[in-house]
Design a protein. Structure first.
Length: 257
């Protein structure tokens, strides 16, 4: 990871840590349940969530596995994860600070390897995915969850332009085809897909953001202008005095041969 981008991630996620941990739209039980269901965890297994953020995926897996491990690059996020584990009295969790491109784990060391809502921050997603596959045991499950951009290039560009302004650590949300390609490149079977939406609302999204140059007015304008023709592919629509929109998202699951 290049140093300017690493610094942007550290800055954004240090500032976002507390709000991110409390966000019901990003950490709702229904989506967490979908990931656990996709993994089909066993009581004797070990799970790993990379770019684990405030630990909600790890906490969701903990009751179903022998040990649940989380790794993140940002100390403030891991502080939130440890606080969550303490609140839930989770005794079988473990936290690591580390690099998603060089996971500090042996080959074939985990039965389930997940990553949720992080790949759009990565400059080298294929390399990160290869690391996830490396540390997964044969017969284990690799699960990638992220938002997806539209297949319409103009809508995808508008969406990513807004997201890079809203959060300068964003590189790009990829299309579903591109996310599936990571599995093909890693020689995994074609993944099973489960789709869902992450709803949000303009004013809340703007208030929680740390946009480029602290320019919230431009962020608000981008969202407002996207309503006409759904220019970002986010089903943006006016509701009263605000704009409702949603992030199309997917959970992709494959079993390592």
């Amino acid at each position: 990871m290049n140093q300017p981008h690493a610094a942007a991630i550290e800055d954004q996620f240090t500032r976002q840590a507390e709000d991110f941990a409390r966000s019901p739209s990003l950490h709702n039980d229904a989506v967490l349940a979908l990931m656990v269901e996709a993994a089909q965890p066993g009581a004797g297994e070990e799970s790993l969530d990379v770019a684990c953020g405030p630990g909600t995926v790890v906490a969701a897996f903990a009751p179903h596995v022998r040990r649940a491990v989380g790794l993140d690059a940002t100390a403030a996020m891991l502080d939130q994860a440890r606080a969550l584990a303490a609140r839930l009295n989770l005794a079988n969790v473990e936290w690591h600070r580390g690099d998603i491109y060089a996971l500090p784990f042996a080959d074939a060391s985990h039965d389930i390897v997940t990553c949720r809502f992080a790949f759009h921050h990565l400059e080298l997603p294929e390399a990160a995915f290869a690391e996830m596959v490396r540390v997964c045991r044969p017969g284990g499950r690799v699960i990638l969850c992220d938002g997806v951009s539209s297949d319409d290039p103009a809508k995808a560009e508008a969406f990513n332009r807004m997201e890079r302004h809203r959060d300068p650590s964003t590189v790009a949300f990829r299309t579903l085809r591109m996310l599936r390609q990571y599995f093909t490149t890693a020689r995994l079977p074609a993944p099973r897909a489960q789709f869902f939406q992450v709803p949000t609302e303009r004013d809340g999204l703007v208030a929680r953001a740390f946009p480029a140059n602290d320019d919230r007015a431009l962020l608000r304008q981008m969202i407002d202008e996207s309503v006409d023709g759904d220019r970002m592919g986010m089903n943006a629509r006016r509701v009263g005095d605000t704009v409702q929109l949603s992030y199309p998202s997917v959970i992709l699951t494959s079993r390592k041969p």
